[in-house]
Each structure stands twice: as C-alpha cells, then as structure tokens.
Design a protein around this ligand. Sequence first.
Ligand SMILES: *Cc1c(COP(=O)(O)O)cnc(C)c1O
Length: 337
Amino acid sequence: MASEIVDLRSDTVTKPTPGMRRAMAEAEVGDDVFGDDPTVNRLQAVLAERLGFEAGLFMPSGTQSNLTALMTHCQRGDEVIVGQQAHTFRYEGGGAAVLGSIQPQPVENAPDGSLPLEKIAAAIKPDDPHFARTRLLALENTIGGKALAPAYCAQATRLAHARGLATHLDGARLFNAAAALGADARELVRGFDSVSVCLSKGLGAPVGSVLLGRREFIAAARRPRKMLGGGLRQAGVLAAAGLYALEHHVARLAEDHENAARLAAGLRAIDGLQVEHATNMVFVEVPPQRFDALPPFLRERGIVVLAHNPLRLVTHLDVDRAGIERAVAAFAAYFRR
Ligand SMILES: *Cc1c(COP(=O)(O)O)cnc(C)c1O
C-alpha cells in the first residue's frame, strides 16, 4: 500500500489495514480485568500455543510488558543482567530501577548483538551482602535489527539457569528474527522463562504486546500489569488487531527484509555513505558536513527519516518496492548536488 509519504522512521508508524479494522470492529469483547474478554483470551492462547508457552498476557505496550516481566521475575534489590544497547536498559525510561527497584547490570553487547557468555558469567554476583542479588538475564531479539542465533540463545539461557538465574527475552521483533534465520519462532524462545512480543512493530497492529511464560508466572504478572495501569477493559478490539496481524502479517515480514536489502544496495552505490543492513533496518552514516540539510531535502520529496546520524531507516507494511525506489532516488539526488 504505497501512500504519498514513505515513512522510514520506524516500523511503528503503520496504520491498520482495512481488513484489520474490520476485525477490530467485529471483535467480541468483555471486561479483561475480570478475564472476560474472549478475543483477548484467544490472542493470549494463540500466541502461547504458537511459541510453546503455557500462558500469555496482553498489554498496551512492549515497555509495559518488559517491565511487568522484570517486576515478576525480580523483587526489590534484585539485579538484571542486560545489554548496554538493550531497549529495556536504554529506552524504557529506566523503569526497572525507577518503578521496580531492580538494579540493571549492563554488559557491553558484542557487534552481533549478543552478550558474550564470559561477560555474563563475570557479571553474576556471589551471595554476599555487598551485592545486589543477581536474579535475571534479559536478552533481546532482534537487537539493532540483528537476529541472535538459536544456538547462542540456548547457550546463554543454559548458563543463566545453571547459575540460578531466570531468563527473559525482549522479542519485540521476534518474528523478524525468525524470518531472517529461516527458523521457527518457537526455536528462538526455547530456554527463556518469559518472552515479550510486540504486535505494533512489523506486525502492523496499532497497539499491543503479549508477555508469555508459565501459568504461575503469568498469574503473578497480572499484579504488576494492573499496578502499571495495564489492566484494560473491553480490550478485544485491540486484541483482534493482534490476532489479525498474527494471521496475515507474519509471512510477509520477508518482504520488509527484501525491501531493506534493496534500500541498502541502492544507498551503497552512493559515494561517501557507510551502509549496514540487518532484517528490516538499514543504518546509514552520512558525512557530518552533509547531514543537516539531508532530512529536510528528503522530506520535500515525501521521504521521512529521523534526523539522527547514523540514520536508522526501517521498512514495514506501509513501504513498498516503489517507495524504496523513490527513497533511493531522493538520496541519490541529494548527494549529486
Ligand atoms: C519498541 C520496542 C519495545 C517497546 O515497545 P513499545 O510498545 O514501544 O513500548 C521494546 N523492545 C524493543 C526491542 C523495541 O523495539
């Protein structure tokens, strides 16, 4: 669906399709705080079944889903080992510390996005009153667009469990990782005690994330979710969008990855740009003296980017191949001047 505007700021900018809006309008609903909403219940059950978990919990956002998971795994004074680049550490307002009294122990991510096993092991504290209680390892897949391999996730979660830690995966873009690796998403989450999946990124739903885990874990997660303001009432209208997305928008993620690859190839042909591509993201380092005038130049041609160097360009449901060609042409026109 090409619109006039090619919005490459994020995969969160997608608008619900006509089919998705129909599914939302027709959703059966009930009060989800009472567990009465049949559409929310179906979404939770469908995703749990698909990823091999016992239960799921629908939330308005990925930030809330991650924080709810952290607050369920950890008590006040516990510690989470997390990537320096992880969304839960960098981009969620410090919620684990601010609202959960959970101490983050950041570990430098390797260039492939993983946390090296020896660094995880070294960050685990002994049982000693000097230290916070290391309780949880949190990973992210994809991270910066890069997919973590199932073999790495298996090793990292095995290490964590052997040292008595629980494991959480921020799988905001889990299905992008699965598409990139040609793997079943279920394989990528094996070994994690909990996983959070976003419906509002590449899957194209307007809102929503689902937290997955064992039955008792999800039962316990209902309290922090309520505390954080995530107890919704007739949320089936939102869950219906998520169910529609799972049915219609997972297989097509490969198209976003192809479009990102095409965008990267087109930009690599332009002198002076440093271009990297992973899944649905393209990172472009622009010579600093050429950067400031670039975003407004693109905007005049209907191409929208965040004014941050390196640029992060993200493909999604509302960007088609023609849009990619327009974007490449606009960049080329700018750098010809
Ligand atoms: C977007 C995102 C989140 C948070 O999702 P929101 O719904 O925007 O709160 C969490 N983790 C990652 C990796 C994300 O990209």
